[in-house]
Design a protein around this ligand. Sequence first.
Ligand code: T4K
Length: 409
Amino acid sequence: MAIFGKPPAFAEKLHVGRPNIGNRERLLARINDMLNRNWLTNDGPYVQEFEKQMAKFVGVRHCVAMCNGTVALEIAIRALGLNGEVIVPSFTFVATAHALQWQEITPVFCDIDPLTHTIDTAQLEKMITPRTTGIIGVHTWGRACNVAALEAIARRRNLQILFDAAHAFGCSYKGKTIGGFGRCEVFSFHATKFFNTFEGGAVLTNDDALAEKMRLMRNFGFHGYDNVVYIGTNGKMTEVCAAMGLTSLESVEEFVETNRRNFRAYRRELDGIPGVTLMAYDESERANYQYIVVEVDEQTAGLGRDELVRVLVAENVLARRYFFPGCHRMEPYRSYFPHAALILPETEKLCGRVMVLPNGTSVDERAISVIGQVMRTAVSNAAAVRARLTGSESSLPAQSGIATRSTIG
Ligand code: T4K
């Protein structure tokens, strides 16, 4: 093992979130056409085509393409008129919370169900106050949250409900493609997503008026040349991003198939490693299998998640601790709600156990087999690994974004 001075298992770094690139010739041909047309952004023909195809793929009336998932969330939140407090899970990428706080709306952090990693609907009900105006459910890892329960609560308590579906493109809930639930759903097409438009995002909705409002808001609120009717921003998707999106769409089934094959290989390779559990996907639903999510039980494995991540990083496998340490432990939320951890026990537990392994077209079954062997060997030799790591803090390669719990507080 590399931590004992051997060469790393991989000469090149293996990343979580390596982009999938579709057919390069098709993409370059589209970019050439775009340059010939001299139309680069502002609701160009590729964006319009992308929106049409996306709406059809998901089976909703409207797709409003945006420059990224975060701005798409911000625009959806503003268009729905949210204010005061909005309930979100703390176990999510910080963009979900920031999209609210950016508009001076307070994200109220709710715990998760430890089995699904999505918002705990029982706790959520108790967090509703007179200031609450909405709920953002997050389909974490592409596995749908309890949409039926959330929609029922929203109806009963007169709240707006939208979904952060950043991970869930191509996934289903009760057999229906994610994208059409709640008032609207927000996708991210960032480079690290299995389906990407370089940077990009979209809001999907069946609500005609809401779609129209978001279209205006993403273009500074302009309605016609000289007439501004809303506070708006620049949320437009560019033509080159839409060209990438159209090209990615042509390969989407292939990307899913690669992810699924890799997921099954991981399932084989990690099987029976004590204390190491691979998150399952519900085979009765459609999934994109993007995230290879592993939980580490330190008692059983003899090693904690952070130790296992360090072992993998030394082998050039850049496993990530998504979503460590939880939004409630990041600024400004940590200062706003210093005691939030007390009501987020499951989030706290998961943030200390979870890691994500590389997937997508840049890994294959051979690489996965080696990753599995590294993890199995580490756990089989837990005591020696721990002793080595304890004695050699500074000799391990650093990974950006890796900090220990004690440095976070
Ligand atoms: N809601 C949720 C639930 C989300 O997960 C996200 C984004 C959003 C909302 C917001 O959507 P966007 O505004 O991003 O569209 C990454 C992504 O930047 C972010 O999109 C994603 N979630 C999040 C889960 O992961 P980082 O900070 O971990 O990215 P970074 O730069 O460390 O990249 C990850 C790995 O990918 C690296 O090891 C290198 C590799 N990589 C990355 C890029 C950009 C490449 O190999 N090539 C590349 O071009 O956030």
